[in-house]
Design a protein around this ligand. Structure first.
Ligand code: A2P
Length: 270
């Protein structure tokens, strides 16, 4: 794998622990919605061997058709990379691997009608790209994005991107399927939770509330292997727990070599 040098064009701090940044996009760089790349900073080496380049996997959060790249990151105190990355500024250099990869891609899923994008925290990043890909609305009738966090403010970046897709609906002709995207958010540690679900996504699957429609009625009782496809991205525990719930509903995990009903990727941190 080679590393490409990109330049930071903007940095936005969303909360004390979450930020996103944009970089230039090299002309030759191609990726599929949902894929990740390796990211590093010049002069930031491995903790025990500063000469070796320190790299971390980051999902590309920008859509495939944008001329910049965007990444969404957590700030881990003393995290080998993020403690430096959190301080980058416009004009700084960021190294981006030239081999995007990952399993959160349409090709790892069998054809279906509903696509469920289940995420916690920065696990939203690959879905930020997918929900702005016109292809997803050709492949699926409905796209249901579910984002779980501890606190409300951690939805801010997602809110902004989803609102942006609303604006895109009016400015792009290809976005002809308005109403196809549904955004459901849950928090688990807020005191005032009148406007969102107050439970883990796993609990929403178990008690069936994830299947309620906009009018509060049940659309279905569980995932249906005939029609539902699921992408999961979050912490190790979250991906594991949701994967076994999916299996309990009769869904089979897919991969590029053997497409299935659901795919997982853990959100990468440090
Ligand atoms: P909780 O507050 O009950 O731990 P984190 O920041 O730790 O990754 O958590 C983000 C969100 O994911 C929180 O709402 C957290 O709930 C939830 N979460 C943590 N572990 C799991 C799990 N195993 N399955 C589903 N949701 C989880």
């Amino acid at each position: 794998m080679g590393l490409m040098e990109t330049k930071v064009t903007s940095v936005t701090h969303h909360t004390n622990t979450l930020f996103s940044f944009r970089t230039t996009r090299p002309n030759t760089f191609r990726f599929r919605s949902g894929e990740f790349v390796m990211i590093g900073l010049p002069n930031v080496g491995m903790p025990n061997n500063s000469k070796a380049q320190l790299l971390r996997a980051y999902s590309v959060a920008s859509p495939v058709w944008e001329d910049h790249l965007e990444f969404y990151s957590i700030k881990v105190p003393n995290g080998p990379l993020t403690q430096h990355l959190a301080n980058i500024n416009e004009g700084d250099k960021v190294l981006v691997g030239d081999k995007p990869t990952g399993t959160l891609v349409y090709d790892a899923l069998l054809p279906g009608r509903k696509l469920w994008l289940l995420s916690t925290g920065t696990g939203f990043a690959p879905f930020s790209s997918i929900i702005r890909d016109p292809e997803v609305y050709e492949k699926f009738d409905r796209v249901i994005l579910v984002h779980g966090t501890r606190f409300m403010t951690e939805h801010d970046y997602v809110d902004m991107i989803v609102e942006g897709t609303g604006r895109l609906a009016h400015s792009y002709e290809w976005w002809k399927h308005e109403g196809q995207l549904r955004y459901v958010k849950s928090t688990t540690r807020e005191e005032d939770y009148t406007t969102v679900y107050h439970k883990r996504i796993t609990d929403m699957v178990e008690d069936g509330s994830i299947f309620w429609n906009e009018n509060g009625g049940p659309d279905q009782q569980q995932f249906d292997p005939e029609t539902d496809r699921v992408m999961i991205c979050g912490s190790m525990a979250m991906t594991k727990d949701l994967a076994s719930l999916c299996e309990g509903h009769g869904l089979k995990e897919g991969s590029l070599s053997q497409p299935g009903h659901f795919v997982i990727e853990k959100a990468f941190v440090s």
